[in-house]
Design a protein around this ligand. Structure first.
Ligand code: KIV
Length: 297
């Protein structure tokens, strides 16, 4: 028998890394799952230290990081770049990378190819995609390629135009039933978890009860198995309008703004830098330097 140590692979997570089946166990135990977005290494490190189980490199990056007005323009290359930064720093949380719009809709093959790039080049542990219907087949193809895939239904920002804007979904019995059936179909196709966004709390709770996989809610009430918030919303760092489901835990934009005002004022009036922010040089070296300059004429 070989005594060589096994290399970490899809079935052997890196030491300290939360194992994917651990999420299902959390649901069965009734332990809530905390997830938040992260788009860079410092954020990943802080979220890891806070004990979050899941980090999502969301395509919300298009809006909160890259200044676009929707999530649609972010590219796969940009998502890989951001994912790489997050996976360099995240130790315990599972990192989920969003498949951006246009990188999985065309065919199962396109979806698997894009997912492989997020895993191989970005270092993501798993991927997420939006929608059901034809997307169920994409989920199955990715899951059958041994890549963990998270679903996302309800308000799916990539199809906001078709949905009539950023609005709650499932507020009629017909649409709620469709969401319920979509959730079951995505579970059957191999999703390891499901994001429910902007879905009435009783509907989200009913879906959560019907599924074996965990649901992660955003604007879907406390009956979900876990919750997710966008980094910039949670920390008060985004200047744009925020949805009603956001709980802001800090007002960092205000704090950062005050710090920057103070810095600019200090630079302008010469109160920064002070002595303690500068480096000294031995007197003798300074004299030699001055003499050398003087000798140049
Ligand atoms: O892109 C994102 O940040 C998301 C969350 C809102 C779930 O999909």
């Amino acid at each position: 028998m070989s005594t060589r140590p096994r290399m970490p692979g899809p079935s052997t997570p890196a030491p300290g890394k939360l194992a994917l089946p651990g999420l299902g166990e959390m649901k069965r135990r009734g332990d809530k799952i905390s997830m938040l977005t992260a788009y860079d290494a410092p954020a990943a490190l802080l979220a890891d230290e806070a004990g979050a189980e899941l980090l999502l490199v969301g395509d919300s990056a298009a809006m909160v990081m890259l200044g676009h007005e929707s999530t649609l323009p972010v590219t796969l290359d940009e998502m890989i770049f951001l994912t790489r930064a997050v996976t360099r720093a995240a130790r315990r949380p599972l990192v989920i990378a969003d498949l951006p719009f246009g990188t999985y809709e065309v065919s199962d093959e396109q979806a698997v190819t894009s997912a492989i790039r997020l895993i191989k080049e970005g270092g993501a542990d798993t991927v997420k995609l939006e929608g059901a219907g034809r997307m169920v087949s994409r989920v199955r193809a990715i899951a059958e390629s041994n890549i963990g895939v998270m679903g996302h239904i309800g308000l799916t920002p990539q199809s906001a135009t078709k949905l009539g804007g950023f609005r709650a979904q499932g507020r009629t019995a017909e649409v709620a039933l469709r969401l319920y059936d979509d959730a079951l179909a995505l579970q059957d196709a191999g999703c390891f978890a499901l994001v429910l966004e902007a879905v009435p709390a009783p509907i989200a709770a009913r879906i959560t009860d019907a599924l074996e996989i965990p649901t992660i809610g955003i604007g879907a009430g406390a009956g979900c198995d876990g919750q997710v918030l966008v980094w910039h919303d949670l920390l008060g760092m985004y200047a744009g309008p925020t949805p009603r489901f956001v709980k802001q835990y800090a007002s960092l934009a205000d704090e950062i703004g005050q710090a920057l005002d103070a810095y600019v004022a200090d630079v302008r009036n010469g109160t920064f830098p002070e002595e303690q922010h500068t480096y000294s040089i031995p007197e003798a070296e300074l004299e030699r330097f001055e003499s050398a300059l003087a000798a140049r004429g």
